[in-house]
Design a protein around this ligand. Structure first.
Ligand code: UT7
Length: 328
């Protein structure tokens, strides 16, 4: 009997035109291009202008993905928007994107898993498609992180950028498509990357705003070690589940958090530089958007061909992590 899998049919990405360079940051906080480049690999990041919001870029990325899949918005029956920077609290950014696209036959919602959001979405969509609950699913990772970055905190403000990426999935029979997908989280590490204010526990007020409670707080050093360990472990798990090894992987696209994290994970997996994708120099860390942006850039550059084994791994606040292995 033929095996039914979910497969990515089309991808897209979009980001703001505004660029914040390391030289710009040198004028804002006590830092240097040399420190940022050597410690993170980042040279610049995209930054939304006033009046630009998350769904704006999500819709552009989604339109591209739907078109490249050869579909119409009305074909989409599941729309998952992974974001920690929604347009507004209610309704979900997913529903806002749905209305803008005219994807009126979809069940739309947001998914909050920080930088792992896109892989959480792929995993959910994979399950819905394989069980016959969805025919065409749209998974988006979209963030305007610059709204939640404290541009007086040199540890975090150099890292984050804005952007959106999207993928449309459909059903396929045979060897192609998602071979294995795993997602995990561990709330015990929740204070390694968090934003304390603005929710029901610490509602927005003049005091929380003045205290900067809505900004991201990070314990970068601790997070670094957990990130390396979790991404390497989950990568091995999905490879093992599919009966494959890292030597079989054609392209590894990890979440772009820090070039040193990417290098350390690739090193643990024995995947040499040529098989690892990195765009951190250009985009910084775009949280849930980083993997779909990377995936789309690789497809546009012709780095992924039919039959290639592609490994995705992510890690983020929560903490959350995930791995997806697919045969293109
Ligand atoms: O997306 C997933 C979530 N994010 C992550 O996984 C991020 C993980 N963490 C990291 O990427 C790194 O820990 C950072 C890039 C955030 C920091 O790099 P690090 O090599 O771990 O630096 P550190 O925190 O150990 O700081 C070393 C020094 C400190 O100075 P002292 O105490 O040694 O005098 C910092 O104050 O570097 C200083 N420092 C900076 N100096 C210049 C921290 N940030 C900066 C900066 N410019 N922007």
């Amino acid at each position: 009997m033929a095996i039914t899998r979910a497969r990515i049919l089309g991808t897209g990405h979009s980001y703001p035109e505004g660029i914040l360079t390391n030289a710009d940051l040198e004028k804002m906080v006590e830092t240097s291009d040399d420190w940022i480049t050597s410690r993170t690999g980042i040279k610049q990041r995209r930054k939304a202008a006033a009046g630009e919001y998350t769904s704006l870029f999500a819709v552009r990325a989604a339109r591209q993905a739907i078109e490249r899949a050869g579909l119409e918005p009305a074909d989409i029956d599941l729309l998952l928007c992974a974001t920690v920077t929604p347009d507004q609290i209610l309704p979900s950014t997913g529903c806002i994107i749905q209305a803008e696209l005219g994807a009126n036959n979809a069940a739309a919602m947001d998914l909050v898993a920080a930088c792992s959001g896109f892989l959480y979405g792929l995993t959910m969509a994979d399950t819905m498609i394989r069980t016959g609950r969805s025919k065409y699913a749209l998974v988006i990772g979209a963030e305007i992180l610059s709204q939640y970055v404290d541009y007086t905190d040199r540890q975090t403000c150099v890292l984050f950028g804005d952007g959106a990426g999207a993928a449309v999935l459909g059903v396929v029979e045979g060897d192609r498509g998602i071979l294995a997908a795993r997602i995990r989280s561990d709330g015990r590490y929740l204070e390694q990357l968090f934003s304390p204010g603005g929710g029901t526990r610490r509602p927005p007020s003049a005091e929380t705003l003045a205290a900067g409670d809505h900004f991201f707080k990070m314990r970068g050093n601790e997070l670094f070690k957990v990130a390396v360990r979790s991404m390497a472990d989950i990568s091995r798990e999905v490879l093992e589940e599919a009966g494959l090894t890292a030597a079989d992987v054609k392209l590894f696209i990890p979440h772009q958090a820090n070039q040193r994290i990417t290098d350390a994970v690739a090193n643990k997996l024995n995947v040499e530089n040529e098989r690892v994708y990195s765009n951190i120099a250009m985009h910084g860390n775009t949280s849930s958007a980083s993997i779909p942006i990377g995936l789309d850039e690789c497809i546009e550059a012709g780095r992924i061909n039919d039959g290639d084994l592609v490994l995705l791994a992510s890690f983020g606040g929560g903490v959350t992590w995930g791995g997806v292995l697919m045969r293109w």
